[in-house]
Design a protein around this ligand. Sequence first.
Ligand code: FAD
Length: 314
Amino acid sequence: MSRKKIVDCVIIGSGPAGYSAAIYASRADLNTMLFVGFQPGGQLTSTINVDNYPGFPKGISGKSLMENCKKQAKRFNTIIIHKTITEVHFSSQKGGIHCIKIEDEENIVESKGIIIATGSSPKFLGIDKEKKLMGLGVSFCATCDGFFHKGKDVAVIGGGDTALEEASYLSKICKNVYLVVRKNYLRASKILQHRILKKKNVNIFFCSKITEIIGDNFLEGIRIFNEKTRTSQILFISGLFIAIGHSPNTELFKNKLDMDEKGYIIVKKGSTCTNKPGVFAAGDVQDPIYRQAITSAGTGCMAALDLERYLYCC
Ligand SMILES: Cc1cc2nc3c(=O)[nH]c(=O)nc-3n(C[C@H](O)[C@H](O)[C@H](O)COP(=O)(O)OP(=O)(O)OC[C@H]3O[C@@H](n4cnc5c(N)ncnc54)[C@H](O)[C@@H]3O)c2cc1C
């Protein structure tokens, strides 16, 4: 195994967190290498319209936004590599060197600092057209896409905290919200249950599962099946919000960094520092709560500044 030269900063991930970190780190004259991974541009590239990212009064497509981020990072000489990281070795010493293994390569990259921005992945139902109609009525984020369904009927799938929060948010914008729950009870916290049960425009379908997504070019409705009555019905909706959970992309860092019970990387409060010196985490990978492009970009900036200060002190 041969070694390349030691860089200042390796960024793993090319979503808003990764590119923001790259722009800040490269502009600070850190020798910066960014690994794009299996989803170049991150989750936003799977959405057609981003309406809530500041600076774009008419909105912008997710792909264009991320393409702009890439160009901006390139302007400051970030080295962008279209590969996935398959192994990491973090030093436990302050000022120690971290090692990164790249897919299909014998070489390892050595770096003084690492920024982890591997994001998260929404959990899919695993039914037909779910991916095809993403951004065309199928969504994983009410805060992001609820506005497009103002005054219309929508459905939320799930019975946990996230699903009830999504349903509650949508109930303020949409005409009717159909909450489709697999079990005969809600898993969400009592406070959220009380809040949702008071809403007049939220209808809950217990013991039900979605069996079909209807619509060819955009979502038109869903078919749901009630396990108790063994009957099915169609709900005509403009938006389907799948809220059965998110998984942080942290498999690579298991037993190497402190994580919470869901696998999100734990960072020191008010910073992006992990429990390993010189290793920082930004974006969805350390954020089970907000999971927005703007919060990811914000923490990406923080990670680059944290890394710069760390290198300065070493
Ligand atoms: C359909 C959809 C629509 C959305 N719409 C909006 C919206 O309108 N507004 C909004 O604010 N938010 C929206 N979000 C949420 C937003 O996309 C995320 O909060 C944001 O992208 C998270 O950014 P991130 O940089 O943390 O990670 P991600 O965007 O998740 O990117 C993670 C990156 O890490 C890379 N990666 C993972 N593992 C490795 C590895 N081993 N090696 C190298 N690279 C790796 C991936 O390839 C990817 O580039 C939406 C999400 C979805 C799914």
